[in-house]
Design a protein around this ligand. Structure first.
Ligand code: NAD
Length: 472
């Protein structure tokens, strides 16, 4: 069991003002995964003040100096890959192998690549008698979710460090433990005091005061659209920059000419990894009516071959849902789907025989789903796929774009020109074609209610700059 009984503020491990510990539950065993110090509003003030004081010196370092710290931090995290993997698996249930590769190694790689981006701050542009320069936006507050916790954290910390910003970081109260390991790495590399501060706490007690704080210049938030709205409102009176990475209800548009076996198995896989708790999950599979029955049988067979179980077991594909609360939410959506007339093709609410303990669910697929049903419109955030038939490509595009979200999408076709045309007509921040792979250099973010910012690569760093015109 992990115990982190101090917060990390101003380069030191300090007692929290609240003097309370938060229990973190392992969703596979329902026992304690660890405990972490809980912060309150007084700690928010201390951390913001430390970040404000550090800003003047940190923002004046050379790009090479900041790049060097970023590289060192990536190396310090590499030494902790096992610890981070075991801890994230214990706090949110992702199977170990997947957790190591996707939740830990991938974000460390993304961090290392940001060393070179520190030089973006030095770019200038001449426009007539104006010299346009970039400056770091200032003190940032980062508020994070629990589903890919290190990934999302690094997605904010890495560009902020590169851009010369200082920060106060709040992980989700469901999964704070990995963030304390990150703070240990920060301390080991000797990042100047106050550049990185870690507060663990709830949205109400730590998140909201951070958003309202007059000395915070920017809030970057990843999480639900519900909390994103609350955060925007809380930040409005102080005119902070607010970057939001929110929910999704992403479509996989399978074209008439697609390799159906490949497309459908990819789509089921994509929804079920991380037990469906992926913001970009392709939770609506759009299939031509003429191939719908064939697609259903491929999807059913494949979903039933996926193993559900102990996330520390090498054969496990789906671990538990991350919390009892998340399990309850997903079960409610499954009941709603049935009540609204969708057909349960496989999975559902029945308990899994060999799993008495833990928040497990079977991979669940609904057929005969109409896009206006609740399960096709709202983000479920569990291993639940909706299969929706369409008549022709115009109809498919209409369905693809008919949700409040626009985070991600995928088009599957053997005709690459057509796939590109379809991709351009989908309103989403990322559209993949066929089995195109994740690229942590490419801009990532949402249209519509999926958010308003872009993370990763050079685009992600741009979010952290102010633009100044010096005119002679
Ligand atoms: P959540 O919105 O409940 O919580 C996220 C964070 O916000 C937590 O740290 C929480 O403490 C904090 N918070 C909650 N209410 C707040 C408030 N009023 N003020 C300030 N902070 C507040 O989300 P979650 O359940 O942790 O994560 C799941 C959600 O995150 C899903 O909707 C998923 O799609 C989304 N997500 C989006 C992306 C993306 O990049 N677009 C990535 C991962 C997850």
């Amino acid at each position: 069991m992990k115990l982190f009984d101090k917060l990390y503020i101003d380069g030191q491990w300090v007692n929290s003002h609240a003097n309370k510990l938060l229990d973190v539950i392992n969703p596979a065993t329902e026992t304690l995964a660890g405990q972490a110090a809980l912060a309150d509003e007084v700690d928010v003030d201390r951390a913001v003040s430390a970040a404000k004081n550090a800003f003047n010196t940190w923002s004046q370092l050379t790009s090479a100096e900041r790049a060097n710290y970023i590289s060192q931090l990536a190396r310090a995290l590499e030494k902790r890959i096992d610890d981070l993997t075991n801890t994230i698996t214990a706090e949110m249930g992702a199977p170990l192998g997947f957790c190591r590769e996707v939740q830990v190694e991938d974000p460390i790689d993304a961090l290392a690549k940001h060393a070179d981006r520190a030089a973006l701050l030095d770019h200038t542009l001449a426009i007539g008698n104006a010299q346009v320069v970039r400056e770091p936006v200032g003190v940032c507050a980062f508020i994070n979710p629990w589903n890919y916790p290190l990934h999302q954290m690094i997605g904010k910390i890495a560009p902020a460090l590169a851009a010369g910003c200082t920060m106060v970081v709040k992980p989700s109260e469901n999964t704070p433990l990995h963030a304390f390991i990150l703070a240990e790495a920060v301390h080991e590399v000797g990042l100047p005091a106050g550049v990185f501060n870690l507060l663990n706490g709830t949205g109400a007690e730590v998140g909201a005061p951070l958003c309202q704080h007059p000395d915070v210049d920017m809030v970057s938030f990843t999480g639900s659209t519900r909390a994103g709205i609350a955060i925007s409102k809380a930040a409005a009176p102080t005119i902070k920059r607010v970057c939001l990475e929110l929910g999704g209800k992403s479509p996989l548009l399978i074209s008439e000419d697609a390799d159906l076996q490949a497309a459908v198995t990819f789509g089921v896989d994509d929804v079920m990894i991380n037990s469906g708790q992926t913001c970009t999950a392709l939770t609506r599979m759009l299939v031509p009516q003429s191939r719908y029955q064939e697609a259903l049988s491929i999807a059913k067979e494949y979903a039933e071959s996926l193993s559900v179980g102990d996330p520390t077991d090498a054969d496990t594909f789906l671990g538990p849902l991350a919390s009892r609360e998340q399990l309850d939410i997903v079960q409610r959506y499954i009941r709603t789907g049935i009540a609204e007339g969708a057909k349960l093709l496989t999975g559902g609410l029945e308990k899994i025989d060999h799993l008495e303990t833990g928040y497990y669910l079977r991979p669940t697929i609904f057929s005969d789903v109409h896009n206006k049903m609740t399960i096709a419109q709202e983000e479920i955030f569990g291993p639940v796929l909706c299969m929706i038939p369409y008549q022709d490509e115009d109809h498919a595009l209409e369905i693809a774009n008919d949700t409040p979200y626009g985070l991600s999408a995928r088009v599957w076709s053997s005709d690459s020109a057509k796939a590109l045309q379809l991709a351009k007509k989908i309103r989403a921040g990322q559209v993949y074609i066929n089995n195109g792979d994740w690229n942590n250099e490419a801009p990532f973010g949402g249209y519509k209610q999926s958010g308003n910012g872009r993370e990763l690569g050079n685009f992600g760093v741009e979010e952290f700059f102010e633009t100044k015109a010096i005119i002679r």
